[in-house]
Design a protein around this ligand. Sequence first.
Ligand code: LER
Ligand code: MN
Length: 283
Amino acid sequence: MKYGMNTLLFEARFTNNAVGNFPRFKEIGFDGVEIALQEKGDIDTSLVKDKLSENGLVCGSLCALVGAGTDLRGPDKAVIESGKQYIRDLVDTAVELGAKVIVGPLYSAVGRADLIADEQRKIDWKLVKSGLKDVCGYAEDKGIFLALEPLNRFETDFMNIAEDALRMIDEVGSPMLKVHLDTFHMNIEEKSSADAIRAVGDKLYLLHASENDRGAPGTGQVDWSGIGKAVKDIGYDRWVVIESFTPEVEIIAKAASIWRQTEKDGWALAEKGLKYIKTLFGE
Ligand code: LER
Ligand code: MN
């Protein structure tokens, strides 16, 4: 197993300055970093790659931050185009950094959650399917995987459970389109997180480890023992990435409704969480 830290714990916008955290990531015991990239121009990829290797780390994945202006659901054509361009930019950045997979809710903006008519839902599904087909063609040429992350009902009305993601990847039909699961979202939406992992099986390309209160994995109510067994059952051996947030990173705190500290600070959270998931999932 490989263990990563998502950069949103420390900064809403990852820029070159954020490489200052790399030595501590290594010291704590992470194998790599999941970079949450807002815009391609935010980083100098050769500098980031050098700093990663100087510290014995890799960038295993990029986490997409999809907003209202870059939504494959549109409604405007310009918004759909920006959404596709954002994903293509992430693919290019992944190639430059040596990352293999782009993860997150690539299908729609985080926080877009409304009661909409079934007819509109069908239209949105078709739009996203066509957008994903398009960007998957680009990802195929570059050899980068795209993994769709179902989010909880308060953050999207579009894809809440693993079954939705499986249906989308089946309909798109690209070998590069996979599934990304997050223990926090599964804990809210799935009947059983363990069964969801088993249903996804070898299409699981990344797992976010996060507690039910978005705090350190292992400190709350998530069914870690069931998840540990399911991960073993499917022979999952890719990245497990801690994704947690603290009120100190204000933009993300607002977006993810993080109103209180669950540990002393982000570093305490990262250290405690990593120790737990390493024991659970093993080497
Ligand atoms: C958001 O709740 C989340 O889980 C992230 O991975 C999406 O960027
Ligand atoms: Mn997540």
